[in-house]
Design a protein around this ligand. Structure first.
Ligand code: CDP
Length: 229
């Protein structure tokens, strides 16, 4: 079967990455978490006190950033490396989540990440999730999914995830962060979060992970058949 590109976009914490990982595993495709790249860039900016309102400082910082995904056979996940350091856990912390949407709204940052994402798709056989993957990164992707879920369910899911690592976190904090990111991501000038005109919408509010995989797999199989012609 010919390999295709599958894009999965949607609001914060709607279950995109769970679906993308499931699909990639089933199809033997590479999963790419584009949000991890924006998070790693944000971590670098925070650590190095980069003033991201200053374009000279942003350009200089980007020259010193090398991003790499490496597969960890132990966790069976692809993990994010920033200048050869594994930052997979650090980038999920609230300090990064609080600033990532501001950083991801910067043109130079988006150009930097988008170019690398497009290179990763050259050989096809990928599932990439994010906000602008079906609209900007791969506008010709063979299958575009747009995932949605009720707000309360999204907050609850992300709270559970973060609470396991940090019991001091509050549900209010998580809710505010998701709302703020959704607002910035939707309203930014460059590559705002939008549903591509040809995307298939999957609302997973009431779906179990198994059910959601079944729906997505069904769409993937049809797209693969169609791409064969
Ligand atoms: O928390 P969640 O898993 O939903 O977000 P993420 O996928 O880790 O992405 C973190 C942030 O990166 C988003 O809130 C966006 O600001 C930004 N992002 C983006 O602008 N474009 C993408 N393709 C992916 C993420």
């Amino acid at each position: 079967m010919r390999k295709i590109i599958i894009t999965i976009d949607g609001f914060s914490s709607c279950g995109k990455s769970t679906m993308a990982k499931q699909l990639a595993k089933k199809l033997n495709y590479v999963y790419i978490d584009s949000g991890a790249m924006y998070r790693a860039i944000t971590l670098y900016f925070l650590r190095n006190h980069v003033d991201w309102t200053n374009s000279g400082q942003v350009a200089e910082a980007l020259e010193n950033i090398e991003l790499e995904f490496e597969y960890n056979p132990h966790s069976q996940q692809s993990e994010m490396y920033l200048n050869e350091e594994n930052v997979e856990f650090l980038i999920r912390e609230m300090v990064v989540a609080e600033k990532v949407s501001e950083v991801a709204a910067i043109k130079e940052v988006r150009d930097f990440a988008t170019t690398q994402q497009q290179e990763m798709g050259l050989k096809k056989g990928i599932v990439m999730d994010g906000r602008d993957i079906g609209t900007v990164v791969f506008p010709d992707a063979e299958l575009k999914l747009f995932v949605t879920a009720d707000n309360a369910v999204r907050v609850e899911r992300r709270f559970k995830e973060l609470y396991d690592k940090n019991p001091n976190i509050t549900i209010e904090e998580v809710k505010n962060n998701l709302e703020m990111r959704d607002y910035i991501d939707t309203n930014r000038e460059i590559s705002p979060l939008r549903q591509a005109a040809d995307a298939v919408v999957i609302d997973n509010t009431n779906l179990t992970p198994e059910e959601q995989l079944e729906v997505a797999l069904d769409k993937a199989k049809s797209a693969m058949m169609e791409s064969v012609g």
